[in-house]
Design a binder for this molecule. Structure first.
Ligand SMILES: Nc1ncnc2c1ncn2[C@@H]1O[C@H](COP(=O)(O)OP(=O)(O)OP(=O)(O)O)[C@@H](O)[C@H]1O
Ligand SMILES: [Mg+2]
Length: 228
């Protein structure tokens, strides 16, 4: 059984159609890079997987279950851990309260998250809003991990961060991949993204236009669909 299966997914914002035909699958343990230029539907695809935006057509199955029937909290409980674009944490909770808010038993405990991101241990009693952007991003990832997700979704997790902080996040992503965590990842830094990805799925105007291994992503395809 596939971990995640999207088949001809369509989605709208009001009457404006954002997704026309998004079709791809993910096996357990895979790291899949969801790619495409600005506004092509990456975040919208992620929102439909979590049912934050209901798909209007097609099917989305996670671990064999039809997520279109489930409210977002049930999708999360099934094992989808989302780190949304813009790293939203609970600003007026402490770092530790943020981590414990959605925690579920499993490999990821407070101690394990502290090992992955030591700064979160140092700042455990601080309010989330007093953290730097990079620390907030680590907190957002830590919080998603604390749900012990079967699938971790990272939407632009390194966006707008200083280079050294980006390196910390990429190191964490590589460590997660190493231990077999399934990850669906969107990121603009192809130089870091491609080496960590098992497979790429490229969106253009709300459609999956290309899928394959990173090594098969030739310069023409990159120029045509990614503008690089
Ligand atoms: N809240 C919204 N209301 C209306 N239209 C939206 C909304 N969010 C996104 N869209 C539109 O849906 C389309 C897909 O946007 P989406 O945010 O999914 O793209 P993206 O690939 O994540 O882009 P980016 O790389 O800029 O994050 C775009 O045309 C965008 O303008
Ligand atoms: Mg986006």
């Amino acid at each position: 059984m596939m971990l995640l299966e999207l088949d001809r997914v369509q989605a709208f914002y009001g009457r404006s159609q954002a997704l026309f035909d998004v079709t791809f699958q993910m096996a357990k343990g895979e790291v899949v890079a969801l790619m495409g230029r600005n506004g092509m539907g990456k975040t919208t695809t992620i929102r439909t997987i979590c049912n934050l935006l209901p798909a209007q057509g097609g099917t989305i199955r996670f671990a064999g279950q039809d997520v279109r029937r489930l409210p977002p909290y049930r999708v999360a409980r099934l094992g989808v851990g989302l780190v949304p674009e813009g790293r939203r944490c609970f600003a007026n909770l402490t770092v530790e309260e943020n981590l414990l808010a959605t925690a579920r038993a499993g490999r990821w405990t407070l101690a394990a998250v502290h090992t992955l991101f030591p700064c979160l241990a140092e700042r455990r009693s601080q309010l989330a809003r007093t953290l730097s952007g990079g620390e907030q991003q680590m907190l957002a990832i830590g919080r998603a991990l604390m749900t012990n997700p079967r699938l971790l979704i990272l939407d632009e997790a390194t966006e707008g961060l200083a280079p050294v902080v980006r390196q910390d996040i990429w190191a964490a992503v590589r460590a997660l991949k190493e231990e077999g965590q399934s990850i669906l990842i969107v990121d603009k830094t192809l130089g870091e993204l491609l080496p960590v990805a098992d497979r790429c799925v490229v969106l253009e105007k709300g459609q999956t236009m290309w899928q394959g291994k990173p090594a098969a992503l030739d310069p023409q395809t990159q120029e045509r669909f990614l503008g690089v």
